[in-house]
Design a protein around this ligand. Sequence first.
Ligand code: NAD
Length: 356
Amino acid sequence: MTKNIAIIRGDGIGPEIMAEAISVLNRIAEKFGHTFNYTEAPMGGEAIDKFEDPLPQSSLDTCLNSDSVLLSAVGGPKWDSVPKEKRPERGLLRLRAGMELYANIRPAQLFDELRDASPLKPSIVDKGIDFVVVRELIGGAYFGEHRTEKLDGEYYAQDIMAYSEHEIERIAHVAFQTAQKRRKAVCSVDKANVLDSSKLWRKVVTKVAESYPDVTLSHMYVDNCAMQLVKDPSQFDVIVTENLFGDILSDEASMITGSIGMIPSSSLGDGTRGLYEPIHGSAPDIAGTDTANPIGMILSAAMMLRYSFDMSKEADAVEKAVDSALKAGFRTVDAMSEGKTRLGCRAMGKTICDMI
Ligand code: NAD
């Protein structure tokens, strides 16, 4: 098969971890007889420097014309003082909206080999952590109107959190369909005791549930969910929630599974094209030191193979190689523990390639 992949190398550690993901994809292409063509689509800080725009139209077009998009991470202190509309994160928000990627899917699974890396007590971890957060990605407070003005001598700021029925409906379908392939339980998280947008959320999710009689639906307030995630994460299968709550809960979810450098994510819309990225940022504090963990980026490439290209065998091969590298005791510094062998970013990428 031939696939055209748009590559956003990003900022900070981005180019380092992307290079390892591309090596892994090339190894897969060689082993399984595929051709992967890569086209660069500058975004974030790199694009601001080159084009004074965090997402030039040419980059968006490259992404829209590709079979899928692989992104590392964007941003860094160098661009912290640029105007709001020009910030690297705006490029990412515009890309998600431009590609109409409304569903962000983030698995939270504890690798057996990394049980020690979880900050939770062994008695909690031993019950198992294996759930998925399905986050609505292009609605809610991040996409509502933002306004700051001076009223009666003091500043006043507001951000509108709004949802329409169809926006809730389509993400609910993604959650129920995800649950059908897993343990068939959806927990919808909202703040329906206070927010109107949450009341609508709960009503629509409950209605969509009628089409999935094989899936159990429960509801939970977001503050309780934040507590339950550290008290007993084994209770969750699929969590579905709106954009802002999902942003916070999915970071919490990734933290309880150990290193932030290990977790992939996918953002999907109605077609097969998706945006695949590790959940972490551009880690400017370790950029250029060859110490970044490339596994989240490599597993994002595996998710792309599985979900956008329907290449399950190939995705399995990547995931098994990562598992083998961890079982053999290889670790980057962020996941290091006693008795393990420390590798840099490049060496970890090469080890995984060799194990495919
Ligand atoms: P971060 O995720 O970049 O870093 C948090 C901590 O985790 C740092 O100590 C970092 O060194 C470490 N870390 C992250 N990824 C790692 C990896 N692969 N291997 C080893 N260690 C890793 O978050 P931050 O420091 O809050 O943000 C840095 C920049 O990234 C900011 O400009 C922020 O806006 C941006 N950011 C971008 C995205 C994105 O592109 N999707 C997401 C989050 C943050």
